[in-house]
Design a protein around this ligand. Sequence first.
Ligand SMILES: Cc1ncc(C[n+]2csc(CCOP(=O)(O)OP(=O)(O)O)c2C)c(N)n1
Ligand SMILES: [Mg+2]
Length: 630
Amino acid sequence: MTVPSRVRLTMAQAVVRFLSQQRTARDGREQPLIAGVLGIFGHGNVAGIGEALQASRTSMPYYLARNEQAMVHTAAAFAKMRNRLSTLACTSSIGPGATNMLTGAAGATINRVPVLLLPGDIFAGRRPAPVLQQLESSQSQDVSVNDCFKPVSRYWDRINRPEQIVTALPEAMRVLTSPAETGTVTLALPQDVQAESYDYPAALFEPRIWTVPRARADQDRMQEAARLIRSSSRPMIVAGGGVIYSEATDALRRFAEATGIAVGETQAGKGALPEPHPLTLGGVGATGTRAANRLARDADLVIVIGSRLSDFTTASKTAFQHERVRFIAINVAELDAGKHAALPLVGDARAVLEELLPMLAGYHVGGEYEAAVKAAVADWQAEVERVCAAGLPATPEGRSGVTQAQIIGVLQEGLGPTDVIVCAAGSLPGDLHKLWRARDPKGYHLEYGYSCMGYEIAGGLGVKMAAPERRVCVLVGDGSYLMMAQEIVTAVQERLAMTIVLLDNCGFASIGGLSEAVGSGGFGTRYRYRNPATGDLDGDALPVDLAANAESLGARVWRAATLASVRDALAEARTEQRPSVIVVPVEREARVPGYDSWWDVPVAEVSSRSEVQSAREAYEVARQRERDFL
Ligand SMILES: Cc1ncc(C[n+]2csc(CCOP(=O)(O)OP(=O)(O)O)c2C)c(N)n1
Ligand SMILES: [Mg+2]
């Protein structure tokens, strides 16, 4: 009997060495599963993972981030840009460094993108307990702040003995590379165990390729789907992020062209059928286009591909009003495939579309439907042009007159088809979902599962790291910028260029507008001095200089108050080798309208304010359109 060879390493060294050997493969194309490690060191990881990363820095690059939450956003954006086939790991210290990652962890899991988190943890040996930053529990010593990661992780483990990684690491990789299960994977690494050595089996460090499968759906269900499509008269496709992750965009185009079925897109799915295309209806749902929302309203069959069907996509279950509407859902995850009582086609978007199309030979939508789609698309194009052209008159009190929609129009002209726009929270995502024409499947990067303020710049960094050949343009509101701008410094450090367009409307246009809609008049959403006369935040503008702030972080900065100066800055920023920030004051109240849609935000049932009372009345009427799909 031969004795398997062993290698003596610390647990941390073994983790890093193992990660450097993992690759993914799909359609015969390979890439590293873990392309690098982002981190911030503290006493909980500097001697373990820190030492291991230093030793392995040629095989596993290390990037120093500025905030742990941000580094998880960076990793998630990287993974999203790489269609979930490659990601970055994140190492943190124990305590606050670890819990700072919670928000990013939730975001990645909700968006179904893989990230690997390696928070340090308190001593497994417990001898010096309680250590600095330790959460103590009177019930159990088997609890640390890292237990908070359990609900937001798809796989969670704590490595209390060095040999546990021999089974934990392969399981972690399985989840990261599973199209149905992927999300945040957390391996909590106690500080003492990281530094402990063990004779690991050498086989653990052999190169491994994780094949990402293209699962095929059940044949009986496929037949049933073909029957449903053939008997529909007003079908519609809702394309989600799964279409893009599966690289099914060509298959979708062939499917749509052969059948004549028009395509609405979710936030994650925008670009699934790149524009211009006569069957692209644009965004669907609460922030959808008039074209998509009218088609959705009357659809008798909705073919959902790779979507979670969130309330934004379904307009809180009011988007589909046909009395007998049915759903077919193509999805790798059973959870999603079964939503809305859909006929579930559990499988990979591309594989299923390719198999379904021949089963529909000879089928095509009718002439009336075609004419309706054509008219809706033309009507919508005209509306986009109208909205993007409409400015407001500038006033002597310093109003810029520039609207957010105009800036979107300028960016649409100024950016190339394969440039990537990145956004996450505020009023921009909705406006972009309506107005942006995505000309490339990877050109529209919206984090709208968690819509996390602060994702934008950190995410832009991840996109740039994943696709250095592309120009990255981050769109960010002043609120989001103030929450998390510090990764500009990381971009400076790594000499990564990106153009950040910062739209300053002195607070929250989005939630301010929502507050107006629920009868609260924008209460508490303005970045203005507290006014002694009213006691509210409706005093003078604050003396905050966001441009100076960005400049101080090392970015090249333009203050652009007119459309012409935004155009010029955009052109100049194209050749910059470092992060660029174009600060544009925009009108808070110049909002892009909603188009035949709604979002369920419950209004106070009792209130002394008459505005709230009437908003409640309108809410109760609107809610009646909400449907159960059983
Ligand atoms: C981390 C986080 N906190 C709070 C929210 C709720 N929220 C959504 S949009 C928004 C305001 C965003 O302000 P800004 O970035 O200036 O964009 P604007 O609304 O002005 O377009 C808030 C507070 C959120 N999405 N994320
Ligand atoms: Mg704002």
